[in-house]
Design a binder for this molecule. Sequence first.
Ligand code: SAH
Length: 388
Amino acid sequence: MAQDKVNLLNFDRRALEAFFTAQGEKAFRASQIMKWVHQRGVTDFAAMTDLSKALRARLQEQAGVVLPEVIHRQRSRDGTRKWLLRLADGNAVETVFIPESDRSTLCVSSQVGCSLNCSFCSTARQGYNRNLETGEIVAQLWIARQELSREGLVRQATREPAANPDPPSMAREGAGLRLVTNVVLMGMGEPLLNFEAVVRAMRLMMDDHAYGLSRRRVTLSTAGVVPAIDRLRETCDVSLAVSLHAPDDALRDRLVPLNRKYPIAELMAACRRYAAAAPRRRITFEYVMLAGVNDSPAHARRLLALMRTVPSKVNLIPFNPFPGAPYRCSPPPVIDAFREVLVAGGITTVTRKTRGGDIAAACGQLVGEVRDRTRRSLRMAVAGISGP
Ligand code: SAH
């Protein structure tokens, strides 16, 4: 696509309406295009038969629907899938699909790399490269649905017994929408440090003419960028998850360096405001279980005291190792005992199942193959950064 063409994947409804009205077209062209692109997976304007021939020709000249390229596909024994996507500038990001019995969740990246440097996360090792554009975020959902629906069609064609008796087809209107029921912004990057693009992408995910997900099924996970949590509350109503990982500032400063800027008390206050903005809303707190670091009964009791100050539920995440990781995962009995303290205190607490571990698709294992990755891990090794 020529440089001066606009990528319509970057536009949410508002932006598309502005794009069409600026050229004297009716605003509802936005809904038409959104259905073609996001629901039916069509990127060729010539095929968009409810637009006039003249408009189709004009779009062909001015615009495009540009998608990253899938350069690697992996499928875990447990059905989890990981796609490595190459962006237009040569950078790469990962997207993970997690099927469960009652839902299927897509874990989406928001940045190439990450600037936050959490000590237990492998994305941190590659450093920060850049923010993703709206289109690059939404494309992860577009591509996942396309890939999954193609699998369904292959199953149908080869008459393999399908898990789903009615294999979905994107060609049938709306059918592909059921392939991904939930989206979590828990892939690579800190979504609240890419605010505008992430909000536009989430709006598309929730738009009835695009992916139609409810706000309960779109979850943004943050390490705790306090002012942006407030801004999100005022801008875009989605579910919020907060990566807490420690119940006191001294420990959290070490695990999540962003805590030095926005300490726990301020973070909890922002969470209370966020929870208060919608009826019965609870904040999900993520807590990675690191052996001998943050997993004692005393830590659990301090966490419980914190959780009582916010409408909350807790997700305990078994630490997922990666090469050179300076931690081990807490043993299952330690995780159970930790969980018991919270449950006995009245806090809904689940231990997250590790999915896709055999294809390095589990929490905190995502790394795109960006150029400066090796250099950075080398630097860290030289600096002796190997443990907390
Ligand atoms: N920056 C955002 C979203 C990306 S991380 C955030 O911090 O929430 C998604 C989740 O995976 C976070 O809760 C993160 O702390 C967790 N995580 C990172 N590395 C992990 C690892 N090695 N094992 C288990 N969970 C990890």
